[in-house]
Ligand binder design. Structure first.
Ligand code: NAP
Length: 347
């Protein structure tokens, strides 16, 4: 018999993504029975509100999932913590939806964006784990998938403008304190979460470099796009850049398709794509109608697409500007959407 409510666990509950999970579960009226919150030892005993009630945060331990009958674990405690604890939760019978990069390229773990490849959710039972893609990949594939289905994308060149929240709460603090410190001419800059000063700066490095000169973030965008779109032949080249913005990532995306397209048809396809909103009236007197931008997308669910135009330098080229809230659609919302499909179809 189908359950009416589900026991939910959250790993990394005190983090940016963890808190957003709670907000979105509440907003979308997810049928929650018991709720268990886990974080590091540092947060033991902290309380977090959910639906008006206080929940106490527990330190994540090997026996955290025993005898609790947790149905779904929403996980965002960082890759190394997930690598250890996601399999433990899965063994205790929970389906883990993991936001870290650890399981994404595991062949037995589906990597899912509900608007793009919801059919892959059924493979959750291989390991009782589903991976949530990287934030910059999610917002790119949502509008590109229907264009690929119709016109077959051969090549994607993407440059990102990624906010500091993508690196967690301490990274946002670093931008805040450096900015106020510089404005008030107080204190030296001590970069910790970022390799160099982030205030009033753009840093062409997200994650560590590999030997071929690309960062891990760039490599994630290539491999994850191919896995989610089920097409190893899509060529992807990424340059990922951190910008001094608190929320939402922007992406300049250039694509080349196999078939010839009319720009009107691209706009029609995108206007009919779930989860996408076009803002592309560059001549409007109202700047909010001209194009999407980071402060506009922050706190919203949609992936916004603007600056839709032909790339005249090649026969079938297209340029797009794509913006989305990385903590919502890029992480927590995407995971909760997966959980909604899980309970509708499988649990
Ligand atoms: P964050 O704000 O730094 O939060 C990290 C969370 O993990 C906190 O709740 C922290 O607990 C917990 N944690 C750290 N060490 C732990 C341990 N040993 N045991 C248990 N819990 C531990 O980071 P975030 O932005 O939420 O990101 C979390 C994960 O999601 C990362 O893997 C990140 O790559 C991924 N992700 C983030 C985004 C984004 O936009 N931020 C998007 C997609 C994916 P304490 O508070 O107790 O330290």
């Amino acid at each position: 018999m189908k359950k009416e409510k589900y026991n939910i666990g959250i790993m990394g509950a005190t983090g940016l993504v963890g808190r957003e999970f709670l907000e979105i579960l509440e907003e979308r009226k997810f049928p929650t029975a018991e709720l268990y919150l886990f974080a590091s030892e540092n947060s033991l005993g902290e309380t977090i509100k959910f639906k008006g009630e206080d929940y106490i945060v527990d330190a994540l331990k090997e026996d955290s999932f025993e005898k609790k009958k947790i149905d779904i674990v929403l996980s965002s405690p960082g890759g190394s913590v997930s690598s250890k604890f996601a399999p433990i939760a899965a063994k205790e019978g929970a389906v883990v939806i993991d936001n870290t990069s650890y399981f994404r390229m595991d062949e037995d773990v589906p990597l899912v964006v509900p608007e793009v490849n919801p059919e892959d959710i059924k493979y959750y039972s291989n390991k009782n784990i589903i991976a949530n893609p990287n934030c910059s990949t999610i917002q790119m594939v949502v509008p590109l998938k229907p264009i690929h289905d119709r016109y077959k994308i051969k090549r994607i060149i993407v440059s990102t403008y990624q906010s500091t929240s993508g690196a967690g709460k301490r990274a946002m603090d670093e931008l805040f304190y450096q900015t106020t410190g510089i404005i008030n001419a107080k204190g030296d800059i001590y970069p910790e979460k970022f390799p160099v000063q982030i205030a009033f700066n753009c840093i062409p490095q997200i994650d560590v470099f590999s030997e071929d000169g690309y960062t891990k973030e760039e490599i994630k965008m290539v491999r994850e796009t191919q896995k989610i779109m089920h097409d190893k032949n899509i060529a992807v080249s990424a340059t990922t850049v951190r910008v001094p913005v608190f929320f939402s990532h922007g992406e300049s995306v250039n694509i080349e398709t196999e078939k010839n397209f009319d720009i009107k048809d691209i706009k029609r396809i995108l206007s009919e794509t779930g989860g996408v909103k076009i803002i592309d009236n560059v001549l409007s007197a109202n700047p909010e109608e001209r194009y999407p931008y980071q402060t506009y997308a922050a706190g919203k669910d949609e992936v916004f697409v603007g600056r839709i135009r032909k790339d005249f330098s090649i026969p079938n080229g297209l340029n797009l500007w794509i913006v989305a809230d990385n903590v919502r659609k890029g992480a927590a919302l995407n995971a909760v959407q997966i959980a909604e499909i899980l309970i509708q179809k499988f649990l």
